[in-house]
Write a protein that binds this ligand. Structure first.
Ligand code: AKG
Ligand code: FE2
Length: 348
């Protein structure tokens, strides 16, 4: 039995750790994110009803009034929340469920089967591991992950059966929606539609699949699945297995996200904040835990082309220094994630 005084060392999978403990009442002390449960962290659910909903069919509409309405709503969401739910995106519920099921099956493979994918470094195209960055962090997180490069090269493993095919289709569809959102965002800033796609090198852009597994946690109020952070790319798409856990930070409060059925949660990330000179905000977010069920989420991170220096699309006093995305990615993934401090690294 784990006790409050236990410091867990060498946990290479929190899933395996949880399965090995039959009776557990406390978590290892180096998983405590909060001294007192959720110490000083106010959750305000009255804000949840105001989370922006973006109707994708408006953005792609041939009707100019409808299109303009979609653009206006998208721009507002990017500026005020840095987060929204997309509806009517045209990606079938069946595909979303299949890719989540295949992801879950990946984690359900034996430790021996997963061993070949164990994390060997940030630039490794397939890596399976636990927490966020076990080498750099003092506190660990109740999460196992699989991270795979999916564009320009598609590197999904051949196991479990069907994972590669389903993920290929999902990644392709999500990238199409990303391209349209980039165009809509450009227009919302009064720029021509291709301004953001061009600034990010869309075409040879980077796409990363991040699968997250959060096993049941005996003290869900003491630990976190992921700490408060912003994502390193430009736009992240998130779906989950029907179990909530994402919280976004808005106006100084945490807000639980309960996505509308068949919607995709989208967050603005650091690279869009950089190229818009801070007009769009990368949202601070974190993952909280449950004590009875396993949560699976699938984040598709979209970033600029790896070797391109993303270009500024909005003028004014430049808030950020140019840094190519590969450098930024290495910095973000190779260090401890503390809020949005990685963005400070790119500040002018
Ligand atoms: O699982 C979640 O709700 C959050 C995932 C996330 O923030 C990430 O993978 O970057
Ligand atoms: Fe994230």
């Amino acid at each position: 039995m784990a006790s409050e005084n236990t410091v867990a060392t060498n946990i290479s999978s929190i899933k395996a750790f949880v399965e090995a403990i039959n009776e557990h009442t406390t978590i290892p002390s180096n998983y405590y994110s909060f001294i007192d449960p959720r110490d000083g962290d106010e959750v305000d659910d009255t804000l949840a009803a105001f989370i922006p909903v973006i109707d994708y069919s408006l953005l792609t509409s041939m009707d100019s009034e409808m299109h303009a309405k979609g653009i206006q709503e998208l721009g507002k969401a990017c500026k005020e929340w840095g987060f929204f739910m997309v509806i009517n995106h045209g990606i079938s519920e069946n595909l979303m469920e299949s890719v989540l099921a295949a992801t879950r099956q990946f984690f359900e493979m034996t430790d021996e089967e997963k061993q070949q994918f164990s994390d060997k470094g940030v630039l490794c195209p397939i890596r399976h591991g636990t927490s966020m960055n076990t080498k750099a962090e003092d506190v660990h997180f109740w999460r196992d992950y699989l991270k795979v490069f999916t564009h320009p090269q598609f590197c999904i493993p051949n196991v479990p059966a069907g994972f590669r095919e389903t993920a290929f289709e999902y990644c392709k569809r999500v990238r199409e929606v990303t391209g349209e959102l980039y165009k809509g965002m450009s227009e919302s800033l009064g720029l021509e539609a291709n301004a953001i796609p061009n600034a990010l090198g869309f075409g040879t852009d980077f796409q990363l699949l991040v699968a997250n597994l959060y096993p049941p946690c005996p003290q869900p109020d003491a630990a976190l699945g992921q700490p408060p952070h912003s994502d390193n790319g430009s736009l992240t798409f998130l779906i989950q297995n029907g179990i909530g856990g994402l919280q976004v930070h808005h106006k100084g409060k945490w807000v639980n996200v309960n996505p509308l059925s068949n919607s995709i949660m989208v967050n603005i990330s650091d690279q869009l904040e950089i190229i818009t000179n801070g007009i769009f905000k990368g949202v601070l977010h974190r993952a909280v835990l449950k004590n009875q069920v396993t949560r699976v989420s699938l984040a598709m991170v979209h970033g600029p082309s790896f070797d391109k220096l993303p270009e500024l699309v909005k003028g004014g006093k430049q808030e950020f220094e140019g840094m190519n995305y590969k450098q930024y990615f290495l910095h973000h993934q190779g260090n401890k994630l503390v809020g949005k401090t990685n963005l400070d690294h790119a500040r002018a």
